[in-house]
Ligand binder design. Structure first.
Ligand code: PLP
Length: 383
């Protein structure tokens, strides 16, 4: 099937078949893991295969990249050894000092890196509540602001940022919009359709979905000098994901649509049930009509609001830690997006300076029966 025919297939079909993955030599349905680090040079000194050395490219990695680029409606995608390697590569590839406008609430580890961004090429950063468009417009420094970095829904408050509105502000300022779309995945939101220039994923989460691979991806709306540089940076740093991890990632991605649909359904049900628990002060979930970003979420998320939610406890920090200690079905662990449901007291892992309230528990809904998940929380909240 040619590229054009493939591009009209639904995401679920593209994923289930790994975008035509397989082996043309043996006609194996399941693709091999390409482990070779080096490739034969042609007699005329060229490399007709296009592969030269494993630090810059790999055929297994390319297979995953083609699936992701197709799902995102992108020109290309590059896989990295982690979500952090992917996100930081965007900034390491900039060719001049740039002012960055970033969402106030984003993945904590990357926020910490951005705080220190001055070390990496003299860039500067302003953290802004990107759900407040006036505040975003006020933060623009004409001629200096080159990158807008948003995460929506943002971890762990699940704040929603209007991608199309921020794209307009960014482009009017001559800047690029990058969206960390880890929580939505291309099944729920395709940021490029709303004007994003670059999309980043921690593939460690939903894309792989089984808590057994660390990987990341950068996806580009179009070719550009920056995009070329991102590839160069990946090669220089040796930040490409390993072939075994890429292979596992492709296997995990085959069920992404089915997993995520179920996880969203459970998260939505839990959110609605938890609202009426006495011990719960509030439930943070963009699918709830009471969520301040619900209307924007309904517009840019494809009828599903994600598998992540947080609850804030009336009893404060002590109650939150107590509830986490009493659950039995939920597992106390960091990260998210896997098949096991995870619960985490986020502020204690983020530490000093975190915008995450200390009474908050983050819930990553897995694939267990939602009744079991709810009953487990109810007993932990009641005791
Ligand atoms: N982006 C988001 C939204 C995340 O939650 C994380 C990690 O938790 C990252 C990026 C970084 O990804 P990784 O852990 O794969 O480096």
């Amino acid at each position: 099937m040619d590229q054009k025919a493939r591009s009209i297939l639904k995401a679920r079909t593209v994923l289930a078949q790994g975008h035509g993955a397989g082996d043309s030599v043996t006609r194996a349905l399941i693709p091999p893991v390409h482990v070779s680090t080096t490739f034969l040079r042609d007699a005329d000194n060229g490399y007709e295969s296009g592969f030269v050395y494993g630090r810059t490219d790999n055929a297994t990695v390319r297979q995953v990249e083609s699936v992701l680029a197709t799902l995102e409606g992108a020109v290309d995608a590059k896989l990295f050894g982690s979500g952090m390697a992917a996100a930081t590569a965007v900034f390491l590839a900039l060719d001049k000092p740039t002012h960055v406008i970033a969402s106030e609430v984003i993945y904590w580890g990357f926020r910490e890196w951005l705080v220190d961004i001055g070390r990496y090429g003299g860039h500067s950063v302003s953290f802004v509540d990107t759900s407040d468009l006036d505040a975003v417009a006020r933060a623009v420094r004409p001629g200096e602001t080159g990158i807008f970095w948003i995460e929506t829904p943002s971890n762990p408050l699940w704040t929603i940022t209007d991608i199309a509105a921020i794209a307009d502000i960014a482009h009017a300022a001559g800047a690029l919009l990058c969206v960390d779309s880890t929580v939505s995945t291309p099944i729920i939101t395709r940021p490029i359709e709303f004007g994003a220039d670059i999309v980043v994923h921690s593939a460690t989460k939903y894309l792989n979905g089984h808590s057994d691979v660390i990987a990341g991806a950068v996806v580009a709306a179009r070719d550009s000098a920056l995009w070329e540089n991102i590839h160069v940076v990946r090669g220089h740093l040796g930040a490409i994901v390993g072939p075994f991890e890429a292979w596992l990632l492709l296997r995990g991605m085959r069920t992404l649509e089915v997993r995520l649909r179920e996880q969203c359904r459970s998260a939505s049900r839990l959110a609605q049930l938890l609202v009426s628990q006495d011990a719960v002060a509030s439930v943070l979930y963009p699918g709830l009509k009471t969520h301040i970003g619900h209307d924007v979420a309904a517009h840019q998320m494809d009828g599903m609001f994600g598998g992540m939610l947080s609850i804030r406890l009336r009893g404060g920090e002590a109650a939150a830690i107590r509830v986490a200690s009493r659950v039995e079905v939920w597992k106390r662990a960091t990260s998210f997006g896997g098949v096991e449901s995870l619960i985490e007291h986020r502020s204690s892992i983020e530490g000093v300076g975190t915008p995450c309230p200390s009474d908050l528990l983050r819930l990553s809904t897995g694939l267990e029966d939602p009744d079991d998940l709810f009953e487990d929380l109810v007993q932990a909240l009641a005791r």
